[in-house]
Structure formats: structure tokens, C-alpha cells
Design a protein around this ligand. Structure first.
Ligand SMILES: C[S@@+](CC[C@H](N)C(=O)[O-])C[C@H]1O[C@@H](n2cnc3c(N)ncnc32)[C@H](O)[C@@H]1O
Length: 295
């Protein structure tokens, strides 16, 4: 049985990096005005109560989204992401419709959207979404979020195994987020094997892999193993915000590895990462890396 629940970590520094990248990639794809399929192999619950017992346990969002929430000086790509999270926090009116976010208005931070909700906010409602989530209760919550939209399928199945059945889509455009919990050390190898098969089947897909910066050999080696899968056409960004604890444990940062990134992504991240590192740093050595091998 899976023990990992994303509610304990929602809105932390790793979600910030992952979701800033996700927003930029999806904005680019939506801008092309052709339908595409969004596939989330590890979708989570879709939304999280930050005042709930799980999120409050370590209140990780305080060192993540909370540090950006009311800052007036956000770079555009970060402001774009924060606005989406703010919209997710708006209460529906009496007519059940969520009002638009008014300029200069900052709602209280009570909810954090998962990746499927962020994708939903950006994508046309008729574009297809395939959301894999193995945990039965998170899969139920996710299905409740997306109930009634026939373009969205919530699959309470293994996303590693399920991805190949979803690609290539028709038409041949898709963005895939692979965001495991790495609760099981075997996840590192599964990411590599899943991606190897995926790029063989559907080379032109846009693939985003999140990974943790922890003191495990598998985590340290993962970016290099991913680079070997796609010798050209990848971008890697990593952000370190804290130090390991005295025993050498802890999530000190995280990375995103993107295959077939938008050509605009490198420049956007070059503008954004110095700001994010400064805003989210928990020690003096906070830093980032951006590497790219263009197609
Ligand atoms: C890091 S969380 C996902 C967070 C989400 N992508 C987001 O950004 O909001 C990882 C999720 O994967 C689920 N999970 C673990 N193993 C899985 C598998 N083999 N297939 C699908 N989901 C899995 C966990 O239950 C957990 O909800």
C-alpha cells in the first residue's frame, strides 16, 4: 500500500518549480491553437486544503507558495503561476461561477491546485486529459474534481504502465508530466524505462519529469540517465534551497527534465530562476542550474 500523500507537501518549493515549468510549457502548447492531450502519470488528488491536518503537519507551503503569495515584484512567469493559484482560491459566487481575479486582489491562501487542476485552468475544455493516480482515495478526490467532463479520464491505475497506451494520441500532440513520489526506490528505474519506451513510440511528445534532490545515488544519477535517452532536445533545471539534516536526509531541492521543451523555456527560466532561488532560499548556498541541449 502506498504511504505517500501529496497533501503533506502541497505548495512546497518543489511544487513551485514543477508548476512554474508546467505553466510555461502548457501556455506554449495552448498558444499554438491546435488540440493536444495532457497526460499526468502521477496526478495526485487535484487540489489540497492547506489548512487541513496533512498539509499543516509540516506546513511545507510556508517555505513555498506562501513566500510568493503577496510579493509585488514577481517576474512575469512566476506571476502567471501565482495568479493561477490565486484563481483556484476564489470562492464561487451565488450563481456557482468563480468570479475573475480582480487586479491587485490577493485572496487568502487556503487551497493549492495539483498539476491536473493547473492544466485544466490553462487548456481548452475540449482538449483531452488522461490522469493516472494509483492511491484509491486520491483517485476518488481527483475524479470528483473532474466529474462530468467527458474529455477527462481519471484512471486509478499505474501511470508508468499506462502511459504507453495513451501515446501517440490523435492528433499527434501531447504533454506528459511524470511526477512520481519516488517513495519506492524502483521509481527511478521505472522513470527511465517508461520514458525510453515513450520516446520510441512518440518522439515528438513533450515530456516533463520531476525528480527530488536527495542524497540517494539514484536521484543524483537520474538527470544523466535521462540525457542519454534524448541526446538532443532536452532542458534540465534544478533548484537547491536547503541543506540536508544532520543525518544527511531531507529534500534539499528538486529538478525538472524536459524533453522537447518550448524554444522559449530556457530564456524564461534564465529570467525566473535567480528570483526563485532568492525568494525560496533556506540557506546561503541556495542555487540553480539550467542546462540545455537544443534539438
Ligand atoms: C508527487 S505526487 C503527484 C503530484 C501531482 N503531480 C501535482 O503536481 O500536483 C505523486 C502521486 O503519484 C501517486 N502514485 C504513486 N505511484 C503511482 C503509480 N505507479 N501510478 C500512478 N500514481 C502513482 C501517489 O499516490 C501520489 O499521489
Amino acid at each position: 500500500m502506498l504511504a505517500y500523500r501529496h497533501a503533506f507537501h502541497a505548495g512546497n518549493h518543489a511544487d513551485v518549480l514543477k508548476h512554474v515549468v508546467l505553466v510555461q510549457v502548457l501556455r506554449y502548447l495552448v498558444g499554438k491553437d491546435k488540440p493536444f492531450r495532457y497526460i499526468d502519470t502521477h496526478a495526485g488528488a487535484g487540489g489540497y486544503l492547506l489548512k487541513g491536518a496533512q498539509a499543516q503537519k509540516k506546513a511545507e507551503y510556508r517555505e513555498g507558495i506562501n513566500r510568493l503569495w503577496s510579493r509585488p515584484d514577481l517576474p512575469e512567469a512566476v506571476a502567471d503561476y501565482v495568479r493561477l493559484v490565486q484563481e483556484f482560491n476564489l470562492e464561487p459566487g451565488e450563481d456557482g461561477v468563480v468570479p475573475p481575479l480582480e487586479k491587485g486582489m490577493t485572496p487568502p491562501l487556503a487551497l493549492y491546485p495539483g498539476s491536473p487542476s493547473i492544466a485544466r485552468m490553462l487548456m481548452p475544455r475540449t482538449d483531452a486529459m488522461r490522469l493516472f493516480e494509483l492511491h484509491p482515495s486520491d483517485a476518488r478526490t481527483l475524479a470528483a474534481h473532474f466529474g462530468g467532463n467527458r474529455h477527462v479520464q481519471v484512471l486509478n491505475e499505474d501511470g508508468f504502465a499506462g502511459l504507453k497506451g495513451q501515446i501517440p494520441p490523435t492528433p499527434r500532440r501531447a504533454a506528459v508530466l511524470i511526477d512520481p513520489s519516488y517513495e519506492l526506490v524502483g521509481d527511478y528505474g521505472k522513470v527511465v524505462a517508461t520514458l525510453r519506451e515513450a520516446v520510441t513510440r512518440f518522439a515528438e511528445g513533450v515530456y516533463m519529469v520531476w525528480y527530488p534532490q536527495v542524497s540517494r545515488v539514484e536521484a543524483v544519477q537520474l538527470p544523466k540517465r535521462l540525457m542519454a535517452l534524448a541526446p538532443k532536445g532536452w532542458l534540465h533545471v534544478r533548484m537547491t534551497v536547503s541543506q540536508a539534516d544532520q543525518r544527511g536526509f531531507g529534500l534539499t531541492g528538486s529538478g525538472m527534465f524536459i524533453i522537447n521543451p518550448p524554444y522559449t523555456l530556457h530564456q524564461t527560466l534564465a529570467e525566473v530562476m535567480p528570483f526563485l532561488v532568492e525568494a525560496l532560499a533556506q540557506f546561503d548556498g541556495a542555487a540553480f542550474v539550467i542546462e540545455e541541449q537544443p534539438a
